[in-house]
Design a binder for this molecule. Structure first.
Ligand SMILES: Cc1cc2nc3c(=O)[nH]c(=O)nc-3n(C[C@H](O)[C@H](O)[C@H](O)COP(=O)(O)OP(=O)(O)OC[C@H]3O[C@@H](n4cnc5c(N)ncnc54)[C@H](O)[C@@H]3O)c2cc1C
Length: 285
């Protein structure tokens, strides 16, 4: 299929990009790595009036240390994130989950920010951003605003970004000493989308779980934080039984979809089993 016609703009800076978005009106789309948007255009599931291609704005690719957080430029590719020393040292959960995204070709073009802005509940990185309490930085001609991940994913493929806003960076608090993390993805084959995924980070102290953060992929129209699991496990001694009992709460408050790959009941079962496994792996630090 061939896409509908659209105006094409390729700004050279963030200022130019946000001006172009403001000028283009409600029916403009940002083009990042194009790995999700291009198929939608070709299938005419999306037919924007204008594309603002931010692929040449180098400042959006920077990953830098901000003391207690790592700031990841929205246009950092999956490949770049995977290999980045700061991400690997302070946020191994992001590197581990990113390694499960698609294949090397997609990872060389697709971007961290694009994956979040796309807000696909089956995407691996939204749940990771949610579990890590990331803050998403958006710019428009009206200024800059910060959106906590908890408020960013609004509905199926819908984020809190306004049509004229550009996601510029994602600020992710570092996981300090005592923290362990794990992303457990269940998929049909390697390089496939998650049927269910679990992003988990826990802080161990004197044999107990002091803090826990758990978020689920593909258990509803948006990524969901498994608060009941967190409440159950916090303060408990590390044990197989505790993790299994915590995992039993994983599907509370979720709305798992049914599709060719699994029924809601199957996903509920997976969420419990995978949460138990993810907690166990994350706590083994
Ligand atoms: C074969 C294949 C397999 C895949 N498998 C997986 C997988 O297993 N797991 C997974 O998580 N993902 C998977 N993906 C998706 C991949 O991760 C994409 O990289 C990602 O979804 C979109 O990133 P992108 O940079 O290509 O964004 P684009 O396709 O360019 O854009 C996607 C959407 O986000 C918006 N957008 C992008 N960047 C910004 C920004 N900076 N500001 C505002 N809006 C923005 C666009 O307007 C568009 O609506 C797969 C993709 C393919 C093609």
């Amino acid at each position: 299929m061939i896409s509908a016609t659209f105006a094409y703009v390729r700004p050279g800076s963030v200022d130019e990009a946000v001006s172009a978005l403001a000028d283009a009106g409600e029916d403009a789309k940002v083009l990042a790595g194009g790995q999700s948007l291009t198929p939608l255009l070709r299938l005419r599931l999306a037919y924007p009036d204008a594309l603002v291609d931010v692929g040449r704005i180098d400042e959006l690719r920077e990953i830098r240390d901000e003391g207690d957080a790592v700031r990841i430029g929205a246009m950092a590719t999956h490949h770049q994130v995977l290999r980045d020393p700061l991400v690997n040292e302070h946020l191994p959960l992001i590197a581990q989950a990113t390694a499960t995204v698609a294949d090397p070709a997609v990872r060389h073009r697709g971007t961290f920010g694009g994956s979040l802005a796309h807000a696909d509940p089956a995407g691996d990185l939204p749940a990771v951003a949610l579990a890590l309490d990331a803050v998403l930085v958006a710019r428009s001609v009206r200024g800059e605003r910060e959106i906590p991940a908890a408020d960013f994913f609004v509905d199926w493929m819908t984020s809190a970004l306004e049509p004229d806003e550009l996601l510029t960076a994602i600020r992710v608090p570092k996981l300090g000493p005592g923290w362990g993390s794990h992303y457990w993805k269940f998929h049909r084959t390697a390089q496939a989308w998650a049927i269910v995924g679990v992003a988990c980070a826990v802080r161990r102290e004197r044999g107990a779980i002091e803090d826990a953060r758990v978020a689920l992929t593909n258990m509803g129209p948006r990524p969901v934080r498994a608060r009941a699991v967190e409440r159950f496990i916090e303060g408990r001694s590390v044990s197989e039984d505790a993790f299994r009992s915590a995992g039993a709460h994983a599907a509370e408050g979720t709305e798992p979809p049914g599709d060719l790959h699994g029924s809601p009941e199957y996903r509920t079962h997976l969420a419990k089993v995978l949460t138990t496994r993810a907690l166990t792996a994350a706590a083994a630090v």
